[in-house]
Ligand binder design. Structure first.
Ligand code: CP
Ligand code: NVA
Length: 322
C-alpha cells in the first residue's frame, strides 16, 4: 500500500481526541499508530506535507531532550511548526488559570503537548481546550514513551503478544505506562520494586484486568531475578524522577539491589534486550556495561520517539483549526 493510502485507511479508523493516559488508547489504536509510524519511518518524505500550516504548542514544566526534539523535529518534518513554552517558572496555573491557558491556545494553535508535574494539570488542559492535548509526561504516566517502546519491541521481536517485559526499579510514571499499554497489547509485564515503591494499586488493578482480556499478564515481584527470568526485555528508569531529586541519596541506598547489571541480564536469558527511556544515571539504575552493551536498544527507543510521535501528531491534529 502507498503511504498516502496507508494514511487514509488509518485516519478513518482512529477516533482518539486526546492522549492523556495509556487508558485512552485501545490495542487497535496502538496497532494503527504502529502501522503509521512504520510507514513514516520507511518513507518520511511521503509525509512531508501532512501537517502543513498546523501548529503545536509545547508546554514544559520539566526539562526534556527526547520528547521536545521528537515533537519539534516531528512537526517540522511534517510541514508544521512547534512553539516551545518554558513553564519551569512559573509553573502551569501560577500566572493564570489553566483553563484560561487552554482557551487562549485553542484560538491560535492546533494541538498542545504538555509536560507537567501534576497529572491533573494535563487533564484540566484537555477538559478546557477544544484542540487535542497530549501528555508529554506527568508524575503519573508517560504514554508517548510507552508507545515508542512497544513499537521498538515489535520491530525487534515481530509480535508483542506473550512477550515478557520486566520493569525493575521505581513504580513510577514509566512503570505505570509500560504496565497499562503492555497489558492491552497482550504482553506479559513483570515489575520488581523495593517495598514502598510499588506502582499505584489502582493502575495495577486496571492493567491486570486489561491483561486478562488481552491474554497477557501483569505481575508484581519483590525479587529482580525472579521478575526478569525468561524476559525478552529488561527495562529500568531513574530511581529519582524529575522533582524527586531531593530524595536521590536515600533512594540510591534503597534501590541499590535493583541495579540492572550484566548478571541480571544473564538471569533474564540469552535473548533479553536492555531498555531505558533515558536520561540514564549510568552506574546507578544500570551499569555502563549494560547501557553500552550489544543488548542495549536505548537509542533505538529514542529514535522511535520521532517516528511514533509523528504518527500520533498526524492522527490527532488532522482536523486542526487551521
Ligand atoms: N525519555 C524522555 O522522555 O526523555 P526526555 O525527558 O529527555 O524528554
Ligand atoms: N521517571 C522519569 C522519566 C523521565 C523520562 C521522570 O519522570 O523523571
Amino acid at each position: 500500500m502507498t503511504p498516502v493510502a496507508t494514511l487514509r485507511k488509518i485516519e478513518k479508523k482512529f477516533a482518539v481526541q486526546d492522549l492523556i493516559s495509556d487508558g485512552d488508547l485501545s490495542a487497535s489504536d496502538l496497532d494503527l499508530l504502529f502501522d503509521l509510524a512504520e510507514s513514516m519511518k520507511t518513507s518520511p518524505r511521503s509525509y512531508a506535507r501532512s501537517l502543513e500550516g498546523r501548529q503545536l504548542a509545547l508546554i514544559f514544566e520539566k526539562p526534556s531532550l527526547r520528547t521536545r526534539v521528537a515533537f519539534e523535529a516531528g512537526m517540522t518534518s511534517l510541514g508544521g511548526h512547534a512553539i516551545y513554552l518554558d513553564h519551569s517558572k512559573p509553573r502551569l496555573g501560577e500566572r493564570e488559570a489553566i483553563k484560561d491557558i487552554a482557551r487562549n491556545l485553542e484560538r491560535w494553535v492546533d494541538g498542545i503537548a504538555a509536560r507537567t508535574f501534576s497529572h491533573g494539570a494535563v487533564v484540566e488542559l484537555a477538559e478546557n481546550a477544544s484542540i487535542p492535548v497530549i501528555n508529554a509526561l506527568t508524575d503519573f504516566a508517560h504514554p508517548c514513551q510507552a508507545i515508542a517502546d512497544y513499537f521498538t519491541l515489535k520491530e525487534k521481536f515481530g509480535t508483542l503478544s506473550g512477550l515478557k517485559v520486566a520493569f525493575i526499579g521505581d513504580g513510577n510514571n514509566m512503570c505505570h505506562s509500560l504496565m497499562m499499554a503492555g497489558a492491552k497489547l497482550g504482553a506479559r509485564v513483570h515489575v520488581a520494586t523495593p517495598p514502598g515503591f510499588e506502582p499505584k494499586a489502582a493502575v495495577v488493578a486496571e492493567a491486570k484486568a486489561a491483561a486478562e482480556a488481552a491474554g497477557g499478564e501483569v505481575r508484581i515481584f519483590r525479587n529482580p531475578e525472579e521478575a526478569v527470568s525468561g524476559a525478552q526485555a529488561v527495562y529500568t528508569d531513574v530511581w529519582a524522577s524529575m522533582g524527586q531529586e531531593f530524595a536521590a541519596h536515600l533512594r540510591a541506598q534503597v534501590f541499590a539491589p535493583y541495579r540492572v547489571t550484566a548478571q541480571l541480564m544473564d538471569a533474564a536469558g540469552p535473548e533479553a534486550l536492555f531498555m531505558h527511556c533515558l536520561p540514564a544515571h549510568r552506574g546507578q539504575e544500570a551499569t555502563d556495561e549494560v547501557v553500552d552493551s550489544v543488548r542495549s536498544i536505548v537509542f533505538d527507543q529514542a529514535e522511535n520517539r520521532l517516528h511514533t510521535h509523528k504518527a500520533l501528531l498526524v492522527l490527532l491534529l488532522k482536523n486542526g483549526r487551521n
